[in-house]
Write a protein that binds this ligand. Structure first.
Ligand SMILES: O=P(O)(O)OC[C@@H](O)[C@@H](O)c1c[nH]c2ccccc12
Length: 276
């Protein structure tokens, strides 16, 4: 069993436990009653013709307590306070991990962040069932995560379609050429290249440059994982990242807002001219 399969088995068990407490009809009506989703694609600089590439490097800042590769990363007594720091530092989107077993996240963390800031929020979890998409919207999410390695084409399209029906977008995460091509043909317009292989947890930053060029300019390209400092940000930006997704380096920093400002400045300065 790969790490990814192992995580998903736990996610499915936890999902069944939550479903015992709230039925499908109830979660759907909560989702439909929630205030409308914010436009995450625009917040990330996306435009239909790709002109967003002229603008600043955007950051998706993550609330991440622990990870399967590194264990505990930071004590986060109040996710709402961290979220306000992220907002003040210029985050475009905040990602909140809700996977409990390996990442120490929860929907309670998500709710706390939702109550504290008005930015678009990514519900970061291993989304494998439509119920999780309804649930995300019911909690005020604007984006869900769809990991191509975890989904066949049918479910990938179905979950992406449902997210959009509910007014949300999806961050469609890839790690190989084939996954990028599957994301593009499914119609994804926010595509992440995760330099961490979720089957082995190995990080290879050079993967980003290799894969980013396959993504059409109409999509927002997000470099995910492995940012240690402003030099890493500049490198991703130079290779075509419109945005970066950062967890560890921000949660470990005593002044995350300042770190964010440095990342945004370094990434914006390194961005190449817009691709034709
Ligand atoms: O902490 P890092 O190295 O900055 O990585 C953040 C983010 O990319 C990582 O948390 C992540 C990327 N894809 C995921 C899928 C599920 C859970 C977590 C992730």
């Amino acid at each position: 069993m790969t790490v990814l399969e192992d995580i998903i088995a736990g996610v499915r068990e936890d999902l069944e436990a939550r479903r015992a407490g709230i039925d499908d009809a109830a979660i759907r009506s909560r989702a439909l009653a929630a205030p409308p989703a914010r436009d995450a694609f625009a917040a990330l600089g996306g435009t239909a013709d790709g002109t967003g590439r002229d603008t600043v490097l955007r950051v998706v800042s993550e609330v991440k307590r622990k990870s399967p590769s590194k264990g505990a990363l930071a004590d986060i007594p109040a996710p709402a306070d961290l979220a306000r720091e992220y907002r003040d530092g210029g985050a475009s989107v905040i990602s909140v991990l809700t996977e409990e077993r390996r990442f120490g996240g929860s929907l309670a963390d998500f709710d706390a962040v939702r109550a504290a800031v008005d930015l678009p929020l990514l519900r970061k979890d291993f989304t494998v069932e439509p119920f999780q998409v309804w649930e995300a919207r019911a909690h005020g999410a604007d984006l869900v995560l769809l990991i191509v390695a975890a989904l066949d084409d049918g479910p990938l399209r179905e979950l992406l379609g449902l997210a959009r029906e509910l007014g949300m977008e999806a961050l469609v995460e890839t790690h190989t050429e084939d996954e990028v091509d599957r994301a593009v043909s499914a119609g994804a317009r926010i595509i992440g290249v995760n330099v961490r292989n979720l089957k082995t947890l190995d990080v290879d930053r050079s993967n980003f440059a290799r894969l980013a060029g396959r993504i059409p300019p109409s999509a927002v390209v997000i470099a995910e994982s492995g940012v240690r400092d402003a030099d890493d940000v500049a490198e991703y930006a130079a290779h075509g990242a419109d945005a970066i997704l950062v967890g560890e380096a921000l949660v470990r920093d005593n002044a995350p807002a300042d770190a964010l400002r440095r990342f945004i400045a370094a990434g914006t300065a390194a961005r190449p001219p817009r691709r034709a």
